[in-house]
Write a protein that binds this ligand. Structure first.
Ligand code: SF4
Length: 494
């Protein structure tokens, strides 16, 4: 017998809330859960009460019934329906905790990508740090540890989120990679062998850059951070890479740019010429992403480079004028142990980067890994958490503090991704992108433009298609829509 549940409430408002909470437990306690659970919600509007009835029949046909009730808060930042949904999630979370005798994660009922936003909202409502920590625990059933952690991150982010209305960030996505990493579902393409295809993509991208330059002028916008990501931008040839940076610099006014990042994920794509090109064009931050410093894992995840390559290229970048080096690592890679993570962090510590981003492996539906889970055993939830703890502890030993955080669906151990930085080396772009407090113009396939409206809170997203050819075909249509949103909703011309 497996675990089944029935929801005697078909209203869309609650179905998703219940399902997402149960999923947390089904993933974590797959082997423990057996039996049949029935859930029914009731609402007494006049008394502001929401109640949830549970009936559980175990494998021996023993029945247990119980009921959890809460008052719907009247003074919250949430809409009434969102507050009710949250309470239902809390009820289900408590019930499932009772059934399994355990909690699946320290995040309580939270499944969203941006938990720090909630802490920041409480702080902006006038709650003190202590009150915010308490509310996160009672409203979201978060552990004291996580509630404190995200409240501290929210406080640290504050100065970076003070942005003038006409200041924007720019993201340019290069959708090519030299090989496909096992765990990645990113819609990047392998770098085409036929250079004509790369030229065609670069011509489309340049068209978009020119249209953006024109828009920046028209609305008197100021660019304060620029991020070239992907894919792997450095997978372009030396010449294409140099020309792209030159073109960006010619077209986009960069005088006010505080941070210019290039993602150079794969060390085997970085050359002396590319480092020189980045220095010449004012790059201030480079993200070199080994993911692990274990040779066996690099091979397993489909990387074509060695640990030695990472160390050599790091040292070369360190000798350049690029001030900040970030390194990404992933917790929970197939076949890795806690000791592997400790060794990876020890090697990174010797290199002494300025930022480390600790990612937890997310099993993405479209990744090759999803198909090969039997072949590549993943660490258990408990092991993944211990690995994360070790990585965090060692980031602290390097004098770094957490400065931004986000979560993903299907993430190993129900964990999170956390950016650590030495004081003064925090990535402004990363904070603003995750916290959605600035207009970000995204260019290139599968990038997103996020247009913040005049109220400084609501925004509209415009998504580019993932496919490189379709991106080019739809570009004019996209640019017309982007202009319309800018003019109508955000930066209307007087
Ligand atoms: S380098 Fe990055 S984007 Fe490219 S396949 Fe690997 S993880 Fe995905």
């Amino acid at each position: 017998m497996s675990f089944e549940y029935t929801l005697l409430d078909s209203s869309d408002d609650f179905v998703r809330a219940v399902e997402s909470t149960i999923e947390l437990f089904k993933d974590a306690f797959r082997d423990v859960l057996v039996g049949r659970l029935t859930i029914e919600n009731s609402l007494r509007e006049e008394e502001h009460l929401i109640g949830t009835k549970f009936c559980y029949i175990d494998a021996e046909d023993n029945e247990t019934d119980w009921y959890i009730e809460s008052t719907v808060p009247q003074n919250t930042f949430q809409t009434d329906i969102a507050a009710k949904r949250r309470l239902v999630c809390c009820h289900v979370f408590r019930a499932m905790t009772r059934l399994t005798g355990n909690v699946p994660s320290e995040w309580g009922i939270l499944v969203g990508v941006r938990p720090v936003k909630i802490a920041r909202t409480y702080l902006e409502m006038g709650l003190s740090e202590e009150e915010t920590i308490t509310r996160l625990q009672t409203d979201y059933l978060m552990s004291a540890n996580k509630a404190t952690f995200i409240t501290e991150v929210a406080i640290k982010e504050r100065p970076f989120l003070v942005v003038e209305a006409n200041h924007i960030s720019i993201y340019i996505g290069i959708p090519f990679c030299p090989t496909h990493c096992l765990y990645c579902s990113f819609p990047s393409a392998l770098l085409p062998k036929d250079h004509a295809q790369i030229e065609s993509f670069l011509a489309d991208l340049k068209r978009e850059i020119m249209a953006t330059a024109e828009m920046i002028k028209r609305y008197d916008l100021v660019v304060d951070t620029l991020y070239i990501g992907g894919g792997t931008p450095t997978s372009l040839s030396d010449e294409d890479f140099y020309n792209l940076l030159s073109f960006v610099r010619e077209q986009i006014p960069l005088e006010a740019v505080k941070e210019f990042t290039v993602e150079a994920g794969r060390p085997d794509t970085i050359t002396t010429k590319k480092i020189e090109a980045m220095c010449m064009h004012g790059v201030t931050r480079i993200s070199l992403n080994p993911q692990t410093m274990q040779e066996k894992t690099l091979k397993r995840i489909g990387r074509n480079h060695t640990v030695r390559d990472i160390i050599e290229i790091f040292e070369q970048i360190r000798q350049s004028s690029i001030a900040v080096i970030n390194m990404d690592i992933i917790i929970g890679l197939p076949g890795e142990t806690v000791e592997d993570v400790r060794d990876t962090m020890a090697q990174i510590k010797r290199l002494a980067p300025d930022n480390i981003t600790i990612h937890s492996l997310a099993i993405k539906r479209a990744s090759p890994l999803k198909e090969k889970l039997i072949e590549y055993p993943l660490p258990s939830f408990g092991e993944a958490r211990e690995m994360f703890r070790v990585a965090e502890e060692m980031a602290g030993e390097m004098g770094m503090k957490p400065y931004y955080l986000y979560r993903q669906r299907n993430i190993q151990g129900n964990l999170e991704n956390v950016g650590y930085a030495k004081v003064g080396a925090e990535s402004i772009y990363n904070i603003r992108m995750i916290e959605e407090r600035q207009t970000i113009i995204g260019m290139g396939p599968s990038s997103t433009t996020k247009i913040l409206f005049r109220d400084g809170k609501t925004f509209q997203n415009l998504l580019h298609p993932k496919n490189v050819a379709v991106y080019g075909e739809k570009l004019d249509e996209y640019l017309a829509e982007r202009d319309r949103v800018f003019n109508d909703m955000a930066y209307k011309e007087e």
